[in-house]
Each structure stands twice: as C-alpha cells, then as structure tokens.
Write a protein that binds this ligand. Structure first.
Ligand code: F6P
Length: 355
C-alpha cells in the first residue's frame, strides 16, 4: 500500500502529533506500507516533491510545533484555473496521485484544505482529511487540533497585558487571530478574564465601545479587551466586501481602528497589542497531543477499513467522520445568539454591540 500525506494551509501545534499517530498505526498494522510525505502541502503533490517517511522520522516529533513536512497556502479558487491552456493545479495533483500509484491521500488542514480535498475526492482520489486549525471553525467537528494550544498561548499573553495595564491604569485592545470567526478570541478572552470580547460574528458599535471605555476608566484601574483580528464595526459590516477590504487596508488592524475610534470619541489614548503568529507556534498542549494522536490513528483505521472521501471529526468525546462533500465550503461560526454568548452577556462581559 502507498499512502500520500500532506499538511496544508496555516500551520498549528499538533500537525506532527497527527502525522505520528497516523504513521505509527500504519507501520504497526501494515509493515510493508510506504508513506510519502509531500513537502509544503498541496505544492508537493503538484510537483511530486515528497520524502518517504520511515519510523525514525516520526520519533520524538510529538512535542514539536510546526510541521515536519512544511506547509503552504494554495488558494482553493486557483485550483481549477488553467493558465494559457496549461493543466490546472487540480489536474496536476490527480495525475501525480495516479502516477505515484497512491492508494490513499491524507490531508491535514483547515477549511481551504478541505475544499480542495473534496475536489480531489470527486476526481477519484481516495482522500481522508484531518481537522486542523487554531480557529476551530471547521464545519462538522466540535474540535480542531491546535485550537486548545492557541487558547492557552493567547490567554497567557492577555494575562501578561493585564499586569502592565493594571500598573499604569491603561486600556488595552489585544488582537487575537481569527479572521472570520471568534472562537479563539472568545475562549482566550474568557480564560484570561478579559473585560470585553469582540468577535467577527457580533459587529461592534463605535459609540458603545467609546462609552464603555469611558465608564471603565472612571471605575476600574485597567481594562483589557480581547479583539478578534476580523472584527468589524456596524458601519464596516454594512459595507460591501470590496469596500471593506479597501477601507481596512487603509485604516489598519482591528485594534488600530478601535484605538482611533475611541480616541476620536473620548480623547482617551488606548493601547493596541497584536499577538500574531506566536499563537500558531510552539509545543502543543497535552490535550492537543492526545487528540492529534487519536485523530491520526483514527484516520489510519479508516484506511484499514477502506473508507475514503471523508474527514475525521470529534463529536463530544468520540471520533467519527463526515463526508467531505457535505462539509466543504461551510464554516462553524460562533452562534451570536448561542448559550456561550448569552452567558457572557449575563456576566456583564461587554461584547461591543450594546451596553
Ligand atoms: O487560519 C489560521 C490563521 O491563523 C487565521 O487565524 C489567520 O487569520 C490566518 O491563519 C493568518 O494566515 P497567514 O499566516 O497566512 O497570514
């Protein structure tokens, strides 16, 4: 049996644990199997650029951040585009899958990776996805690996901001990753005891934010507001996607826009901290080490059963799978009227839209 494996899209802690879990199962149950690790995600499959993974390659990688295979972003919308009559990226990958005699392809990735995996499955490749992303926004799974580690990292950093904010009686907007969804900001903000949490699913009101900050400066020594990178004001939310893109490119990061908005309305000088890629780096937390080992091994068990065209998911505490065509292109948003949001409101955690 020949199996291809790749890690695609933005990296996160836990990719190596998944690779290890998968390979250990396969090496143990199918000693003659060959596992080809494609380099730099789908680019490796497009260019037939791979390394053969041996048991020694997966020794001591459980603790390692990043991915031993390398990763790259390969936009889904370019997969079926042909330039000057050349084969599309999709057809190159399908051709290489066949030429290399692959029996399976294992794709570790987030939303974009799964859309492409679904295309490959429709073209006849036997694909199994594994759910990765610090954003936790993959449809059909309760958990994506990398998320818990990122929550820990982001909340540790927010707590550090709190101590300096407290010393100097300052207001900080702390920007957490998450362009479309707010799970990471919501969880990291809660774990760090943030005073307010702003997420993309709930557009904020500039006047409400200004009034909130003004009131806080009169009653509290410090104010720490966790902000998802993809948040937008109600005014920005009303713009077309194109106009909003141009506007935010001109006005700067989410936290920079918030600092300006509060300054313009109240004269209060707030601080902006962008956590950035630190949230994607480093050693996975214990939970991610366990879940990635399980996810990798479970993906291998699907190979053993001959199941394909699916992606591994976590339902409660059990592993299961979804069909790629049923989840591809869908997003798991924070329900803006859901239980977690409503509990935050009840506790007086300000969510930016109404005081
Ligand atoms: O999808 C994970 C993620 O970290 C998002 O939260 C963030 O918006 C994006 O990737 C950043 O991607 P890049 O590293 O390509 O700038």
């Amino acid at each position: 049996m020949r199996i291809g494996m790749l890690t695609s899209g933005g990296d996160c802690p836990g990719l190596n644990g998944t690779i290890r879990g998968f390979c250990k199962y396969i090496f143990n149950r199918f000693p003659d199997a060959e596992i080809l690790g494609f380099k730099e995600g789908y680019a490796g499959l497009m260019n037939s650029d791979y390394m053969i993974l041996h048991p020694a390659d997966i020794d001591n990688i459980l603790d390692k951040g990043g991915t031993i295979l390398g990763s790259s972003r390969q936009p889904y919308k370019l997969m079926t585009v042909s330039e000057n009559g050349a084969p599309t990226k999709l057809s190159q990958m399908v051709a290489n899958y066949k030429a290399l005699g692959l029996d399976y392809l294992i794709t570790l990735g987030g939303a974009g990776t799964h859309k492409t995996a679904s295309l490959l499955a429709v073209e006849g490749c036997k694909v199994i996805g594994c759910p990765k992303t610090i954003d936790d926004d993959l449809f059909g799974t309760d958990v994506t690996f990398g998320f818990e580690t990122a929550v820990q990292t982001a909340s540790d950093e927010i707590k550090r901001i709190r101590t300096t904010a407290e010393s100097h009686s300052r207001v900080f907007f702390v920007e957490v990753m998450g362009n479309k969804v707010g799970w990471l900001t919501l969880h990291a903000g809660m774990a760090a005891g943030a005073d307010a949490i702003l997420i993309p699913e709930i557009p904020y009101d500039d006047d409400a934010i200004a009034a909130y900050v003004l009131a806080r400066t009169k009653t509290a020594r410090s104010t720490v507001i966790a902000v998802a990178e993809g948040v937008m004001s109600k005014a920005e939310a009303a713009m077309t996607k194109k106009t909003r893109k141009e506007y935010t490119a001109q006005m700067g990061s989410a936290t920079a826009r918030l600092v300006k908005s509060v300054r313009d309305r109240t004269g209060i000088e707030c601080y902006a901290t962008v956590l950035g890629h630190v949230q994607r780096g480093g050693e996975p937390c214990a939970y991610d080490k366990v879940i990635t080992t399980e996810i990798g091994a479970y993906a291998a068990s699907l190979v053993e059963k001959g199941i394909s065209g699916v992606t591994v998911c976590v339902r409660g505490t059990r592993l299961a799978y979804n069909h790629l065509t049923e989840i591809a292109g869908k997003t798991r948003f924070v329900p803006s009227e859901g239980q977690l949001v409503s509990l935050c409101r009840s506790m007086g955690i300000f969510l930016g839209d109404q005081l």
